[in-house]
Ligand binder design. Sequence first.
Ligand code: FAD
Length: 462
Amino acid sequence: MGRPLNPHYERLSLWHDTVETDWTPRPQLDGDVEADVAIVGAGLTGLWTAHYLAEADPELRVVVLEAETAGYGASGRNGGWCSALFPASLPTLQGYADREAALAQHRAMRETVDEVTRVASAEGIDAQVSKGGTITVARSRAQWSRARAEVADARAWGRGEDDVRLLGREEATAVLRASRTRGATYTPDCAALHPARLVRGLADAVERRGVTIHERTRVTAIEPRLARTEHGTVTARTVLRATEGYTATLAGQRRALVPVYSLIIATEPLPPELWDEIGLARRETFTDHRHLIVYGQRSADDRLVFGGRGAPYHLGSRIKPEYDHDERVFARLYATLVDLFPMLAGTRVTHAWGGALGIPRDWCASVGLDRETGLGWAGGYVGDGVSTTNLAGRTLRDLVLGRDTELTRLPWVGHRSPAWEREPWRWLGINAGLRAMTVADAEESLTRMPSLVARAVAPLLG
Ligand SMILES: Cc1cc2nc3c(=O)[nH]c(=O)nc-3n(C[C@H](O)[C@H](O)[C@H](O)COP(=O)(O)OP(=O)(O)OC[C@H]3O[C@@H](n4cnc5c(N)ncnc54)[C@H](O)[C@@H]3O)c2cc1C
């Protein structure tokens, strides 16, 4: 209502700026309509679900309602790691189900990385995918001992060398020449991609299959069999919530998922000589074994894209466009990048942005459908949604169509995370946790021993 026709979505991130797409918004919902399935949110969760439903049953009337534009949220802005990472650990999943189920979830995640690539290619989406795996370097004694423990733990779960392995110093620096590298862990299960190309391409692809997407159509309430908007109501047998970091803005969902910001910077395209020094010849995604998450990728146009957490959580789970920019966090990211790669000192940053992750209280993503009310959901991926949204889409397809499959038996299906604490306890706890991770990293660089702070707060943070 009263919005400009092109609200400059291309300025949201590097990815939005470098995707060839028409940003003219799709039509708003115009009055009341009936559908078989209404999906709230046109990010990857909503669009993968629409894709698999339309593929399975072309007769289904699927309507997607999006407050802004397809790919406006985390799906268009992320770090572009399409990985097999799942936010809940194997022991946590075992606790919710059993060992076999936990391993089945892990296997499903590994297969999902290839499924994303397969569908993108089948639908003619050039998401600039390169499956080079992930290298996680260890740059201190404490980090190296965590790396070794991680691989030993994987072996105890029967996960072999093809899944995750330890690299010595020489092997590690042959892949990535980060400063002070002692060794690394490496997994082949990750592809670097261009997020906005993926999500915008998927939106076009589902429309070709007959799905209707309404943009600039904010859902004001989700109720059994209906989704209300300012422009009309969609009545449907099934209504699916796919709003991730924005979920707390929906009535009745205030304490379901907290929006925690992750911020990213991207350099100008770097010359081949610099890449010869840095490595990442197969566009491996990279991070290190520190406590406060950082993540990077070499983009297809040879930029270094580098992100991390550390921005504060905002009281009342508030989300505002201005929270996407925090100059102090951008400066810290740049300093960390130059610490990792001193040869980048003075390199120009051309883009800096951020977005909200959705974090459930127990850090366990979930997907489900309540048959009685027809209400379904998927989300809580923390920072691991690029591939997990695809698994969610296939699982929601099976749940909506009433199929009993291997996917619907995975332990995250139907899982209900507890609600977050009320404010101000939520604000205090989350920000204390984020601060503790920074302190833990500083403690380790001073003491050169595994952090006691991290050990103390880990159980509270999942
Ligand atoms: C900076 C950043 C970096 C990340 N890096 C990675 C990474 O490298 N790898 C990885 O696996 N994951 C990463 N993630 C997480 C990943 O991007 C998300 O988990 C995933 O994209 C979530 O997809 P989604 O469709 O569920 O949510 P979103 O993409 O956020 O989509 C939700 C959509 O719902 C819309 N919406 C919200 N409220 C309403 C409403 N009331 N009515 C209608 N529409 C509404 C929003 O506008 C939005 O388009 C990152 C996230 C961020 C923010």
